[in-house]
Design a protein around this ligand. Structure first.
Ligand code: GLA
Length: 749
């Protein structure tokens, strides 16, 4: 691209083009590109409908200039200019929106980087040094004025409307350098006030609770200190303007961190109306030493912008995850309908029992049969056996082969549960290797669910885990692993000192090295077994993030399978993650958590919001239930692609107990599906009729209701009417639900 208005040598890279029907960014903005202006020392990243610009100011510091709606090709921004001191208490470093601030120059807000130099200096002043573009990634190098520290900042724009940022911190000197705090990036919002942000918190059985609050002066922090992503907070944010942003309109700045270990995200308003969002490794209990020439890379921090409201922000993320993150990228294969044994048979899995369930599951239309916990070692309960990954021959006297063969003969593929990173003290593995667990020397250790965490940062533990999984998958016809992780870290010790291989500070690198080894095992397994698919589970949704999703095809969002709660949880989940990766099972009633009882159809229609699964005890289902189940799985198959790969619209929120409606529209616009739920009717009021979204107002749609009696309307309806008025569903009483399939009628050619 040539900027006519100024003398500059610049370059332009189109990495990918994107144009989807109905996408507001189509067609002109539907590209990603990197523009380097070497004269002005300014860089512009375009991703979908977003532009992001930063430049070098007169102090040689890198300064954010713009993050918002896509700029015109010839747009020129005011040059980077350091802000003056506001007072002796707020110096210019506080006022200037720095791109990646080292702690130094009087910076009292959250720094991106803090290091401890051997000469006793603890501050950094990062000055611009050079930049290059390679393979669609911009790299900008910053160097400290006197210390041997180089910081490499990376920017990768994606056509789906997301920019990935991360850093690599390099020790360019001869002495070791200790990193105390390292973020991936800081995102500066346009200076101003009146922002509100949304974030997700939770707990076991109640993940994905959505909160929204004004951004006020000071720092608001969400984090995990638990060694993994956590149920308690998820590294996702969305910021809007209080007066402007809604589900369907207004600006939204959003992002998520791709890291499955301890992390921290700080949303900070410095009181000078400059909001910064910084995220990366959690600095709590953190230390990472770089020897001469060594580097530490930080996780990817992905972010985007839309001017079309919160719904569009989530749709951008869904599409981005499908096309650029998930292992099957750019076009993951559809999630199969799973049967899982956990809620049906618990630890009591046997050859005969599982074969009987498989027979029924196949008749329902299930495509993948998964044996959950209990098949290995001396595993009769959660007291024993974790770590002993041999088949329990009391339960499976002939090994797994007869069950797998039977499952395959029924036309399904086979999956199995593993929890590779854990050990019960009552196991052969622990008796043999008590030193393999995370713990501090001579200290009491805390058990959770009677289990301990293996220290995956150790190379011998990494080798053990990879080898047993490789053997399991090589020796059996296994298409899928449900990879579980059922506790948090409590005493994250790694005894390097008595092994003579490191200091107490080196042992803190466990926060990084553990997760790096986890990713490397997953990557190596997938390389060696290209057809293998994996689910990330951690007692439900304790390990869901864009780091693990690069290696796992789907996630288990919650152990809570109560359909009424799931409506709320799945709404929260889909703000940040694609429904394609969201596994949901139809289980039995009364459910084990709330003892609530809702009809089978309601449970199916809730589970259909993502990747449908079934987890009820089919041997207890009546013939009528099995028949209804088969009807509903076959309906799901007709709309699966639209649900998993289409555009999702929450037409109403999903507050506990309130009526809700969710709609999915196929990427090519040819099909849409609407799900309606009426948990509890009030005051005899009719079920609300809500305008649909994302359809073609000029097209006609054939309406195919799942239940003819529940649809009150004509068989063919115009898109403009559907988007003006919506559809009338006759939902009544307690736990009523229905679905409607819409097919666009294309004019004859
Ligand atoms: C975790 C998972 C459940 C099940 C059990 C088995 O709680 O989230 O789905 O697999 O472990 O022990």
């Amino acid at each position: 691209m040539t900027r006519n208005s100024r003398q500059s040598s610049s370059c332009f890279h189109v990495v990918l083009a994107l144009c989807g029907i109905g996408l507001p960014i189509c067609p002109s903005a539907a590209q990603n590109s990197i523009t380097v202006d070497k004269t002005r020392l300014e860089w512009r990243l375009d991703a979908g409908e977003m532009s992001y610009v930063f430049g070098v100011n007169e102090h040689s510091a890198l300064q954010s200039l713009y993050w918002g709606t896509r700029l015109s090709a010839d747009a020129e921004l005011p040059k980077a200019h350091i802000a003056p001191d506001r007072a002796s208490f707020d110096l210019s470093a506080t006022n200037t929106p720095l791109e990646y601030a080292g702690w130094g120059e009087g910076l009292p807000v959250e720094p991106a980087l803090k290091v401890d130099s051997p000469d006793g200096n603890r501050t950094l002043i990062l000055n611009y040094s050079s930049s290059t573009v390679k393979d669609g990634v911009l790299e900008v190098v910053l160097k400290d004025a006197t210390e041997p520290v180089a910081v490499h900042l990376f920017y990768q724009p994606f056509a789906q409307g997301v920019l990935a940022r991360w850093s690599r911190i390099e020790n360019t000197g001869q002495q070791p350098l200790r990193i105390e705090q390292a973020a991936s990036a800081t995102w500066n919002l346009p200076r101003g006030s009146g922002y509100a942000w949304s974030w997700l918190t939770g707990q076991w059985g109640a993940e994905w609770q959505l909160h929204t609050a004004p951004i006020v002066s000071g720092a608001q922090v969400i984090e995990s200190r638990r060694g993994s992503t956590s149920h308690q907070a998820n590294p996702w944010f969305a910021v809007g303007r209080q007066q402007e942003t809604t589900e369907t309109a207004g600006p939204v700045w959003f992002g998520e961190l791709g890291w499955s270990g301890s992390w921290r995200m700080t949303v900070e308003d410095s009181a000078l109306e400059q909001v910064r969002i910084t995220a990366g490794y959690n600095p709590f209990d953190f230390s990472y030493t770089l020897k001469a020439g060594e580097s530490l890379e930080t996780p990817r921090f992905y972010a985007g912008f839309t001017s079309h409201g919160e719904g569009e922000a989530s749709r951008i993320l869904h599409r981005f995850q499908r096309e650029a993150i998930l292992p099957g990228r750019p076009d993951p294969r559809p999630r199969p309908i799973i049967y899982n044994s956990w809620e049906a048979t618990g630890f009591d899995v046997t050859e005969q029992g599982q074969i009987a369930l498989a027979d029924k599951a196949a008749k329902l239309g299930v495509e993948r049969f998964v044996i959950d916990d209990g098949w290995f070692g001396q595993r009769k309960s959660d007291n024993a056996g974790l770590g002993d990954w041999y088949v329990n021959t009391t339960k499976f006297p002939h090994g797994l082969k007869p069950v797998i063969d039977h499952v395959r003969s029924l036309g399904m593929d086979f999956g199995i549960w593993v929890e590779p990173e854990m050990v019960n003290p009552d196991s052969d593995l622990y008796r043999k290797h008590p030193d393999w667990v995370l713990n501090f020397p001579n200290r009491q250790r805390t058990e959770a669910r009677q289990q301990l965490v293996l220290n995956l940062a150790r190379e011998d533990v990494r080798a053990f885990v990879f080898d047993f999984l490789d053997k399991l998958v090589s020796e059996n016809d296994i298409a899928f692993l449900k990879w579980d992780y059922n506790r948090n870290w409590t005493e994250p010790g790694w005894d390097l000192q008595s092994a003579g291989s490191g200091t107490a500070n080196d042992a803190k690198e466990v926060y990084v090295r553990y997760v790096q080894n986890l990713y490397s095992i997953l990557a190596e397994l997938r390389r060696k077994h290209p057809k293998l698919e994996i689910e990330s589970c951690s007692g439900g949704g304790g390990r869901v993030d864009l780091g693990i999703l690069r290696y796992t095809d789907e996630v288990w969002p919650s152990d809570n399978t109560s359909a009424l709660d799931r409506l709320v949880l799945q709404n929260g989940f889909t703000h940040a993650y694609t429904p394609e990766a969201m596994v949901a099972w139809v289980t039995d009633v009364p459910d084990y958590l709330n003892t609530s009882t809702v009809p089978l159809k309601f449970r199916f229609l809730v589970a259909m919001q993502g990747a449908l699964g079934i987890g009820g005890n089919l041997s207890k289902w009546t013939p009528e239930m099995l028949e209804e189940g088969a009807r509903l799985t076959s309906f799901y198959k007709t709309v699966r692609s639209t649900i998993q790969t289409g555009r999702l619209y929450w037409l109403t929120g999903a507050d506990q107990g309130s009526p809700s409606q969710v709609e999915y529209v196929a990427q090519d616009g040819s099909q849409a599906v609407l799900f309606g739920y009426q948990p509890l009717q009030h005051y005899g009021l009719e079920y609300p009729q809500v305008a649909l979204q994302g359809l073609d107002p000029n097209a006609q749609y054939r309406v195919r209701p799942l239940d003819a009696a529940k649809y009150m309307g004509d068989p063919v309806v115009s898109g403009s009417v559907l988007m003006g008025l919506g559809l009338r569903l006759d939902l009544r009483g307690v736990s009523d639900s229905s679905a409607v399939l819409l097919e666009r009628i294309d004019p004859p050619k």
